[in-house]
Design a protein around this ligand. Structure first.
Ligand code: PLP
Length: 351
């Protein structure tokens, strides 16, 4: 049985959160002298002298309308990286509790676990298809496991995890199951957002950094049940999303059509790139991808990496990552950028 009260760290359960000026009074008034802001103004946009809404309600309501989820079921983070950190800090007692990850996967789950002195258990994806090893996961889960991090589509492999496999974990593990959907917009698979109402232990992460094209703004989204979101709200920094980011994200949300057009373009260019890569000498294997990047196995990836770097083209060398030997992770570029990459690869001295 999933028991949120029991899952939350005792010190967090009993924590009395900081009460900011703006959270103690957020109504309408004509004179605000409660937050030691600069009453005379700001050298930039006029209202930048004021602290932003700590719970970002306007932005959340707008996202809620687009994503068809309740605004109370969202926590915005300074990038999804902050969301990952908050989840670990809320549920994992340092030195005692553990998280489970399935490498090769996004590195920040492990990094934030270690920063918080939380142990990490690893159950590698199956070598044959980069899918979950359900038996291995079942065997690795203990009473100390508080969070399982799943990434779908997965970084750096690019594939989506089987939906039924994720559901098996959601149904059988009484801790938190995080499904990181940073690349979901590029995938043909449905988001797990629609499952939130069925699984009290499900947390879905999305971000403005990829398909939305706003990596510089640092804005990530945690979707979960309202009770889980309340726990995270207790421990987040009061003003973690700055006013400029809130404002710009609101503007971006008006441009859904433009974003969808970029997603279509990216997917189309991805398919072109895959096709052209398949006939490049030295390319051993191209892994199926549902993301805006592709993992490619070369004959000698590090040499190719260094050659491309010397041509001024930077890709990600993943050859030292588990199950990714001799692999480079290549982000889908514009047609022009990809052509430069392909031209360079064509001239790679294959001796
Ligand atoms: C890029 C990426 C993110 C995004 O992180 P932000 O902090 O929101 O920029 C999250 N998860 C995965 C797997 C990623 O690849």
């Amino acid at each position: 049985m999933f028991d949120l009260e029991k899952l939350v760290r005792p010190n967090i359960r009993s924590l009395k959160p900081y009460s900011s000026a703006r959270s103690e009074f957020s109504g309408v008034a004509s004179v605000f002298l409660d937050a030691n802001e600069n009453s005379f103004g700001s050298p930039l946009t006029k209202w930048y002298n004021r602290y932003p809404d700590p719970l970002q309600w306007e932005l959340k309501r707008k996202i809620a309308g687009i994503k068809n989820v309740p605004a109370e079921g969202m926590l915005l983070g300074n990038g999804s990286d902050e969301c990952i950190d908050l989840l670990i800090r809320a549920f994992c007692e340092p030195g005692i509790d553990r998280v489970l990850i399935c490498p090769p996967t996004y590195g920040m789950y492990e990094v934030y676990a270690h920063i918080n002195n939380v142990g990490v258990d690893e159950v590698p994806l199956r070598a044959a298809d980069f899918q979950l090893d359900l038996e291995g996961i079942e065997g690795a889960l203990t009473a100390a496991t508080k969070i399982v991090f799943l990434c779908s589509p997965n970084n750096p492999t690019g594939n989506s995890l089987y939906r039924e496999d994720i559901e098996v974990i959601l149904n059988n593990f009484d801790g938190i199951v995080v499904v990181d959907e940073a690349y979901i917009n590029y995938s043909r698979n449905r988001s797990f957002l629609t499952e939130l109402k069925d699984y009290p232990n499900l947390v879905v992460l999305q971000t403005f950094s990829k398909a939305w094209g706003l990596a510089a703004l640092r804005l990530g989204i945690t979707y979960a049940s309202a009770p889980i979101i309340s726990v995270l709200n207790k421990i987040k920094p009061p003003y973690n999303i700055n006013a400029a980011t809130q404002e710009l994200a609101l503007k971006a949300l008006d441009k859904l059509d433009e974003v969808n057009a970029m997603i279509r373009e990216t997917v189309q260019e991805r398919n072109t790139l895959l096709e052209k890569l398949s006939i490049v000498p030295g390319v051993q294997q191209i892994f199926p991808t549902d993301a805006n990047f592709v993992l490619v196995r070369f004959t000698d990836a590090t040499r190719v990496y260094e050659y491309l770097r010397d041509c001024g083209i930077i890709v990600r060398n993943r050859s030292n990552v588990l199950l990714c030997d001799d692999c480079l992770r290549i982000t889908v570029g514009t047609p022009e950028q990809d052509q430069k990459l392909l031209n360079a690869l064509k001239e790679y001295p294959n001796a």
